[in-house]
Design a protein around this ligand. Structure first.
Ligand code: SF4
Length: 168
């Protein structure tokens, strides 16, 4: 892994950035309450059992679920609802692999609980989006102070609520 590709920004960083920049800032400083979160454990269990023949790809911070012939990047989600965050995560993985010289075809997000998939395009526009998102994550992490809290109504289900609101 070269410095250019392994810049410490993984899929979790992208997910947190797009959910809440404050969450990303806290995560980057080692605050990890999600390790005790049952929904995270459920996602990990589903992840470990759904597609047993796949092979994960470890790019340091980024763990890609699997890549099939023709360089299609796959990501499995325990969520029932497709989200732009999931697509952004896959674009980030495509970016990391493209920097390693892989000629990426596209991405696919799998939602086994609802038997759905979402296609993620990989082209010049997608690459520019991925680079912009990656830079935004770096900017948040580099800040001296955490980003402001989101409106409380958007914090439901966030495992960082005890830190932000003291009410878990
Ligand atoms: S509790 Fe709210 S403000 Fe705090 S990290 Fe989570 S979403 Fe962001």
């Amino acid at each position: 892994m070269t410095e250019e590709t392994d810049n410490g920004i993984g899929g979790v960083h992208i997910k947190y950035l797009l959910h809440c920049p404050r969450q990303l800032w806290l995560y980057s400083r080692g605050y990890r309450p999600e390790q005790n979160n049952s929904s995270v454990a459920f996602g990990e269990a589903l992840d470990a059992t759904t597609y047993t023949r796949r092979r994960d790809i470890d790019l340091g911070e980024a763990k890609i679920d699997w890549v099939t012939t023709g360089a299609v990047v796959h990501e499995t989600k325990s969520s029932r609802t497709p989200s732009p965050q999931h697509e952004a995560q896959v674009r980030h993985y495509c970016l990391l692999l493209a920097r390693l010289g892989v000629n990426i075809a596209r991405g696919v997000v799998h939602y086994p609980l609802v038997r759905r998939t979402t296609e993620v395009a990989w082209d010049a526009f997608a690459r520019a989006e991925a680079e912009k998102t990656e830079q935004a994550a770096k900017d948040v992490i580099a800040a001296d102070q955490p980003a402001p809290r989101l409106p409380r109504s958007r914090c439901r289900g966030c495992s960082y609520r005890d830190y932000c609101w003291g009410d878990l």
